[in-house]
Design a protein around this ligand. Structure first.
Ligand SMILES: [Zn+2]
Length: 53
């Protein structure tokens, strides 16, 4: 296994990026996320809320 453990820049919790996910991020040339899945979904929700205004 080659999982990457990152620390969330928002809540400072450690989270794991699966090897498959990591390969996907490299493939589409974006950096691996610095936010844990929870914070990312919260940010996404906030983003959608803004759009709906
Ligand atoms: Zn977080």
């Amino acid at each position: 296994m080659n999982q990457k453990t990152k620390t969330c820049q928002n809540c400072k919790n450690d989270f794991v990026i699966e090897p498959d996910d990591f390969a996907f991020y490299e493939k589409i040339k974006v950096p691996a996320p610095t936010f844990c899945p929870e914070c990312r979904s919260q940010r996404r929700m906030a983003f959608y809320n803004v759009l709906q205004c």
